[in-house]
Design a protein around this ligand. Structure first.
Ligand code: SAH
Length: 455
């Protein structure tokens, strides 16, 4: 029987791909089905057919897998944010550990992988300290806040993302009611009219401080004092501001901030280190797991207090500042100059003096400091973006031959590629540890310890 588009087929989901899609077979074809879980038998409709594989849409779960859980969010299939809500959390962790293992095996060529049990979250929902909601208008002309449907800019109204804090809903309801009452329009991406584009909300998990930043297509918000009064009824409200973004762009924030209430930042802690976080600053979105991640870095690095350490791709210096008191000196390198401004200010606020920060590409700054100034390192920490480390940087690290290298990664595929290169050039893979920072999604962080082969 030949298969064609729109056919409905019954398949058993036997595996899950790296993006969380269910994988099953039918008539010699491999099918990929979003939102289907390993162990499910499903009815699926064929959406696209290639020579040996196809994509199908989940129509109905005929016999649910034992691994299925109850998704907390009713929009999880429409929203691009979560991929694994239908999977029980323990199974999500197993999926993530497998993903790391498979990448190290297939891409890295490692057989004997020193993979430690993954560090999970105690509460795999409500963990994000930051949320950015687009604001739009529904068919009746009422303002709505929500999220973009997968692969589109259609806003689905939902003020209650299950990954975020409960205050998000309260803040959005105040803002939407204010907009309605004072006839303030949401920005319309098509005709570029309307005022309010996005609402950014942040909460300090340790301090309880809340920040609200309203992104506007203009220079002022009429009746802002009334909005401020209403928002201040929400417990923890610390900083309210406007962000001006009049550009025709998908970038959410502009550069200009206008304070409406309180300072232009909130404070929070990771461990004992305090951070000032502005709406424009990068800050780890899951501070609870970030602390666990950094504690793993400390454990793997096993400092004795005498080390010179390089923290490459250091962002706002969170790792540098976290480890500073355990070592002699830290050099942080980061490409974004505002992040380095934050890093320096946070060092000052915490009275941390043994850190030095450099702006630039790690692959340019590190060779420069090493070759021209002879600065070496006992321990190197890298925490690159998804694309992994630059080749020039890896070559410089190999030449510098630090005793230890701690690699923090948010993409185990590029991690595997880089580890393979390092192991071919004098390093040994000692430990690999997954840390889940993003429950319900397919993302997983990894900390790896490598040591230099002693000649
Ligand atoms: N270590 C930090 C941030 C890691 S995210 C923390 O734990 O919070 C990765 C960082 O690498 C980002 O801040 C990004 O701006 C920076 N980056 C990207 N390419 C870079 C490059 N070529 N050189 C230096 N930093 C870079």
């Amino acid at each position: 029987m030949g298969l064609s588009k729109n056919d409905e087929i019954e398949i058993l989901i036997e595996d899950m791909g790296t993006d969380g899609e269910g994988i099953g077979h039918f008539n010699g074809f491999t099918f990929f089905v979003k939102d289907a879980v390993i162990g499910d038998t499903i009815l699926a409709k064929i959406m696209k057919l290639k020579k040996t594989y196809g994509y199908a849409r989940l129509i109905k779960v005929l016999s649910p897998s034992d691994n299925r859980g109850e998704p907390k969010c009713k929009f999880y299939r429409q929203c691009g944010g979560c991929q694994l809500q239908a999977l029980q959390y323990d199974e999500q962790l197993r999926f993530k550990a497998n993903k790391i293992r498979n990448n190290l095996k297939r891409i890295g060529g490692f057989d004997d992988i020193p993979l430690l049990p993954i560090v999970g979250m105690e509460e795999p929902y409500f963990y994000r300290n930051k949320a950015q909601f687009p604001i739009g208008t529904d068919k009746t002309g009422k303002p709505i806040a929500g999220f973009y449907a997968l692969h589109s800019h259609n806003i689905i109204a939902n003020t209650d993302c299950a990954l975020g804090v409960s205050e998000n809903k309260a803040v959005l309801e105040v803002i939407l009611a204010f907009m309605e009452k004072h006839h303030i329009h949401a920005y319309n991406e098509t005709n570029k009219k309307g005022l309010i584009r996005h609402v950014l909300i942040r909460k300090g998990f340790i301090t309880g401080e809340i920040m609200v930043c309203i992104v506007i297509n203009g220079n002022e918000l009429p009746n802002a004092d009334i909005l401020v009064r209403d928002l201040c009824m929400i417990s923890g409200m610390t900083s309210i501001c406007l962000n001006v973004n009049k550009e025709n762009t998908n970038v959410i924030l502009g550069n200009k901030l206008i304070s409406l209430y309180g300072p232009l930042y909130i404070k929070d802690f990771i461990g004992e280190v305090s951070f000032q976080i502005s709406p424009l600053s990068f800050f780890q979105v899951n501070p609870v797991q970030t602390k666990k991640l950094y504690d793993k870095v400390l454990e793997f690095a096993d400092f004795n207090g005498s080390e010179i350490v390089w923290d490459l791709y250091c962002g706002i210096g969170t790792i540098s500042l976290y480890i500073a008191k355990y070592v002699k000196k830290v050099f942080g390198v980061e490409i974004v100059s505002q992040a380095i401004d934050d890093a320096k200010r946070n060092a000052l606020n915490n009275n941390i003096e043994n850190v030095e920060f450099y702006v630039g590409k790690a692959e340019e700054v590190v060779p420069e400091l090493y070759k021209k100034q002879g600065i070496t390192a006992d321990t190197v920490i890298v925490d690159p973006p998804r694309k992994g480390c630059d080749g020039v940087l890896l070559d410089t690290i190999i030449a510098m031959a630090p005793r230890r290298l701690v690699y923090v990664s948010c993409d185990s595929a590029t991690l595997a590629r880089d580890l393979k290169y390092l192991c071919a050039n004098g390093f040994v893979l000692e430990k690999v540890q997954g840390v889940d920072q993003f429950g319900q999604t397919v993302h997983v962080e990894c900390v790896v310890l490598m040591s230099k082969v002693q000649k």
